[in-house]
Design a protein around this ligand. Sequence first.
Ligand code: KG4
Ligand code: ZN
Length: 356
Amino acid sequence: MAPWLHCRPMLVLGIESSCDETGVALVEAEGAAVPRLLAHALHSQIDMHQDYGGVVPELASRDHIRRVLPLANEVLGAAGRPMTEVDVVAYTRGPGLAGALLVGAGVACALGAALSLPVLGVHHLEGHLLSPFLSADPPEFPFVALLVSGGHTQLMRVDAVGRYTLLGETIDDAAGEAFDKSAKLLGLGYPGGPALSRLAQDGNAAAFQLPRPLLHSGDLDFSFAGLKTAVLTQAKKLGGDLERRKADLAAATQEAIVDVLVKKSVRALRQTGLRRIVVAGGVGANRLLRARLDAECAQRGVRVHYPELALCTDNGAMIAMAAAMRLQAGVEEARADYAFDVRPRWPLHELLVQPA
Ligand code: KG4
Ligand code: ZN
């Protein structure tokens, strides 16, 4: 632990700008206690990208530039703390859109240089992974983590901050991607996950039999590319009451994705013998996934932790939190060279450490 942590609480300002949300947050870390979220603010670009059916990188970067400083001021104002009290500025270093990441990194380093503060680049997925620590009832280590975002689907064993073991991952599409691509095939808007699950509420999941690749593979890997092909085949020949059939297909798609995620999570719990699971990433907001996992885990006496619904998708709080927890754990030090380099492709395995 950094020696100055004993002197007074550490204030970390976190900036997220990897994709289509600008997020800023302030957390306070005192000693070894779980850091506390003081304030956070978010601007979603969903409305701006909706006309294009997906994220337009250039527009995303330009919008981050417009939003990030006003959001930082809003957060500091809400927390009643001036910028001069901040100890560390953290930003998402990757993975994500290069131009979008550069905005957060540039602003963080500029603030750091102007105020002589150290800065810290954070792995976006570690932010998601540690986001359940922002909830009122944070988990205890060790636990299994199901990380389900737009670009990643992974099961991990988490023994401590910075001590992660990959148990299994997708060999093709991510679960979020499966939601997004299927939604597109059904003519639904972006982002597809929430749109598809909304439509699914009116549908009958049993109306279609969709594949569940790798369900019985015996390992903890996932595959969702075949599901997308099956949805495409079914979508092309939808007949009868079209709206009703679309809702049925949406429900069956959601059911197939959730079924695989839940069964593999249960297998991961069985294999590791752990009695705790954390779900993080945008797909973690899915209500069916939560209900199914809750039911399976209740039967097995396993505790499930989720980030608060609003903190499942991208936000600044998880970046500030991950930075604060890495500094507390002493696995990394903030730096004052301001030589920011973003990592648009930053494999999580570079961050993985096998448990001691
Ligand atoms: O973690 P996230 O905000 O961004 C990435 O880091 O990728 O995750 C975004 C993904 C998208 O694929 C989106 O469709 C999905 O999370 N998602 C959902 C729901 N809310 C967001 N998928 C299913 N059900 C939801 N309610
Ligand atoms: Zn994310």
